[in-house]
Design a protein around this ligand. Structure first.
Ligand code: ATP
Ligand code: MG
Length: 390
């Protein structure tokens, strides 16, 4: 009888012949997250990944694994020999521990999964037998097959049987860097880190670009955005961080274009610069934290105008989400507090009193005619700073 941790994979199971590639990437991430804590062995068995480690390290390992994309849930298990006596002992032991911790547990159901089809009992028979044994052992418990307080899971696999009653939820998604690379436009706000997280969860590797208007915006403002990138890197690994000063661009727009178009034209420049950085660094898409209708530049007309300035795909994972939902995720991934620190944003430096809400592509293009767009973009990129965030 040995305690181990099991890891269940979600969509990866559907990956057919590519499955090994995705699994290997996932295992690599798991090793990265748990190496410092220390474990003894990591192995695959019929669709799940198992970790052997000293039990005192379980909590820390599980905490680390919860940040690995591709994992759906994690369970501390008892691993036993494949005989009914050992399975019985493990079920009783696990149930006793659960009841000691939580006396409100009154009903249970045994759920068996037999992937070793040669095992001499079928799944329903194992469940029934173990159900009877648990009922006998614990007077306070009853069976409820529809809505039990607790499930006792038994996985009968090729080499061992695994008994567990907890499924600790992880994020699911796809392992880091299995779905291309993208450049996240990251402000210091609540939305953009959440947008980055959502795409990273789908297996997209992240780089970040941040625009500032130093000395109108402060160095501490930039530090705050780097801190947000560092928080994201806990999920995605190393992030290349491009810091671009757009003050000269903003001054040029301010001097030459209608005041109410300041924000939308700045946004177009942000997109153009991002596209150029993406192309120079072999990144395949841009990510923004835009959510439909949230502010004037995020109307359908506004998004049409910003889209028109670039030709690579722009991912906007928050487009259909409310602020409440976005804030919930920001709290969950621990970026909310940092995002809420009050620092000047470059967009507020030349904020128009009444920004256009229904800009038209052609009108905005006309307003931009007096600007030397290429020169402004190139000069901003020549002066940008690049950092590696871990
Ligand atoms: P956020 O909370 O992400 O700042 P927001 O609600 O403040 O978003 P906007 O200021 O309109 O919205 O910005 C929309 C999107 O444009 C942001 O989510 C981000 O992707 C990008 N963006 C805005 N400002 C910057 C900036 N200073 N640097 C990089 N990207 C930016
Ligand atoms: Mg913002």
């Amino acid at each position: 009888m040995k305690k181990v941790i099991s890891v269940s994979l979600g969509e990866l199971v559907l990956k057919g012949s590519n499955r090994k590639y995705f699994e290997d990437r996932l295992i690599k991430q798991m090793i990265k997250k748990t190496k410092l804590i220390g474990y003894d062995k990591l192995y695959k068995e019929q669709g799940k990944i198992y970790i052997e480690a000293d039990e005192s390290k379980f909590e820390a390992i599980i905490k680390g694994l919860k940040k690995v994309f591709g994992i759906v849930y994690i369970s501390p298990c008892i691993r036993v020999e494949k005989d009914m006596e050992s399975i019985k002992e493990a079920c009783i032991k696990n149930m006793r521990k659960r009841l000691e911790k939580d006396s409100s547990i009154k009903t249970f159901k045994v759920d068996t999964n037999r992937s070793d089809k040669n095992f001499y009992l079928k799944s329903p028979e194992i469940s029934r037998k173990m159900g009877g044994i648990l009922l006998n052992e614990f007077d306070s418990l009853e069976v409820d097959v529809h809505k039990p307080d607790i499930y006792m899971y038994i996985d009968v696999k090729q080499t061992h049987a695994y008994i567990y009653s907890e499924k600790i939820k992880a994020y699911g998604g796809m392992p880091t860097a299995t779905n291309g690379k993208a450049l996240l436009l990251m402000s210091g706000g609540i939305d953009s880190p959440v947008a980055g997280f959502m795409m990273a969860k789908r297996g997209v590797a992240l780089n970040c670009v941040h625009y500032h208007s130093y000395p109108f915006t402060s160095e501490r403002g930039e530090e705050k955005v780097k801190e947000l990138a560092r928080k994201l890197s806990m999920y995605t690994g190393k992030i290349k961080f491009f810091s671009v000063n757009i003050l000269e661009i903003q001054k040029a727009i301010n001097a030459n274009c209608p005041e109410k178009e300041m924000t939308i034209i700045s946004r177009k420049f942000m997109m153009r610069i991002a596209e150029k950085i993406a192309n120079d660094n072999k990144l395949n898409a841009l990510i923004t934290g835009e959510s439909l209708g949230q502010v004037a530049s995020q109307t359908i007309d506004g998004l049409t105008v910003t889209n028109e300035s670039v030709s690579i795909p722009v991912f906007r994972p928050l487009i259909g989400m409310d602020k409440v939902e976005i804030t919930q995720i920001a709290r969950d991934i621990d970026t909310f507090e940092t995002s809420s620190l009050p620092f000047e944003d470059c967009c507020t430096v030349f904020l128009p009193k009444h920004p256009v809400t229904n800009p038209k592509v052609e009108n905005i293009k006309k307003s931009e005619e007096s600007l030397d767009i290429d020169a402004l973009v190139n000069s901003a990129i020549e002066n940008m700073k690049v950092y590696t965030i871990k």
